[in-house]
Design a protein around this ligand. Structure first.
Ligand code: BEZ
Length: 388
């Protein structure tokens, strides 16, 4: 029998104390829409974030305490909840934000409080452009990043005239502006545009009638969440798909809700930074683990949550322990994840990643994403960003 000496016990106690002293608790505020038109997106990011903590959390001694707040997709509510997380809950870091409008609203409060925000969706270009901050680090995409390459690609496919549609708020305008700028620079013509009232449009009929009469070869749109489901279904039932093919940023036919769109989504061509059909080892592991935990394949929103958690863990592994050191470490994080090689552009704090053009097609187990082209990663222009 092994004898436990006093010296062994003292040694053991010292080890436990040393471990306890170094085991940090990092408090994370998850600021997401759990209600409203983007509620499904918020829940999916949350599921990806939890899986990221479970998968990579064991690589550090730190523990992560998560406090959740609902933005309701409303800038004023998001601002109030961000203040609560910072002042009352005293979180070390915030992750989340789905709407570009909410991101604009919380920008000054995180910058002023010097609490890092890991943006896990909202693509607002200004947050990594003229309104950039050392405390805003984006792990998702920028609105221009996912749409700019599609302008060139569509023109190269021989599409000469398009009509554009999007919801009337920051993301809708930025996504369409980026697409239109590269499409017209390539030689294409935008023959008409409309912006539909955000979170209020149920009947897209009048807008679709205008698109049909415009003389366009194709329609290019941004819609996401509940609005994407209604739009894709109405586009199909209007009988437009055959004569006026539908293109857009890939949130339109996200794997998260493409099932609800059904056959109406078949043949729609869009672009995104992630689809679950990407053929690489980190993605295979992610898809298996996410499906086992959640019962469905992961979407772009899931991977954004997963990679946000991983980035935070990488920052902590590099020695970060509090808001200031986490903010400094995050932009240096780089890894090969489910969407490919990923890094943060130090000039803007925006993620740099490839963009995938995909068609929604019928597969053996329902609708799936067929990758048509991989467009190389391009850092956004700094657009007046000065990090200070
Ligand atoms: C945005 O508001 O930035 C956004 C919302 C949903 C999907 C993509 C972007």
């Amino acid at each position: 029998m092994k004898t436990i000496t006093k010296a062994t016990l003292v040694g053991l106690a010292t080890t436990i104390l040393a471990h306890t002293a170094t085991a940090e608790e990092i408090s994370v505020g998850l600021l997401l829409p759990y209600s409203g038109v983007y509620a499904a997106l918020g829940n999916e990011i949350d599921a990806g974030f939890q899986l990221g903590l479970e998968t990579f959390g064991g690589e550090t001694d730190a523990t992560f305490k998560v406090v959740r707040e609902d933005t309701e997709v409303t800038p004023g509510v998001g601002l109030g909840k961000a203040r609560k997380l910072i002042l009352q809950d005293k979180v070390d870091v915030i992750a989340g934000v789905v709407s570009s409008g909410v991101l604009a609203a919380v920008r000054d409060v995180v910058d002023g409080a010097k609490v890092p925000l890991i943006v896990a969706n909202a693509g607002n270009d200004e947050a990594t452009g003229e309104s950039c901050s050392p405390y805003i680090i984006r792990m998702s995409f920028s609105n221009m990043q996912v749409n700019r390459p599609m302008g060139r690609w569509m023109f190269d496919q021989g599409i000469k005239k398009v009509y554009t549609l999007a919801p009337d708020y920051a993301a809708g305008h930025q996504m369409i502006d980026a697409f239109a700028a590269s499409y017209t620079a390539s030689g294409g013509e935008v023959v008409g545009q409309a912006y539909t009232p955000f979170q209020k449009t149920e009947d897209f009929g009048p807008f679709l009638a205008e698109a049909k009469a415009s003389g366009a070869d194709a329609v290019y749109v941004f819609y996401a969440g509940g609005e994407a489901i209604s739009f894709v279904k109405q586009y199909d039932s209007f009988g437009l798909k055959a004569d006026l093919p539908l293109f857009g940023s890939g949130f339109l036919t996200s794997p998260l809700y493409v099932k609800a769109e059904g056959p109406a989504a078949e043949g729609v061509i869009t672009a995104l930074h992630y689809v679950p059909t990407l053929d690489n080892a980190p993605n295979a592991a992610f898809v298996t683990a996410f499906e086992a935990a959640n019962g469905h394949l992961p979407s772009e929103f899931a991977v954004q949550g997963y990679d946000s958690a991983r980035a935070l863990i990488e920052a902590v592994k590099s020695g970060a322990t509090d808001a200031e050191t986490i903010a400094a470490a995050l932009p240096k994080v780089t890894f090969d994840g489910p969407r490919g090689a990923l890094s943060i552009d130090a000039a803007t704090n925006n993620v740099v990643q490839p963009i995938y053009v995909y068609e929604t097609v019928a597969g053996d187990n329902g609708l799936t994403q067929k990758v048509l082209a991989t467009l190389p990663a391009e850092a956004d222009p700094a657009n007046g960003c000065v990090m200070k």
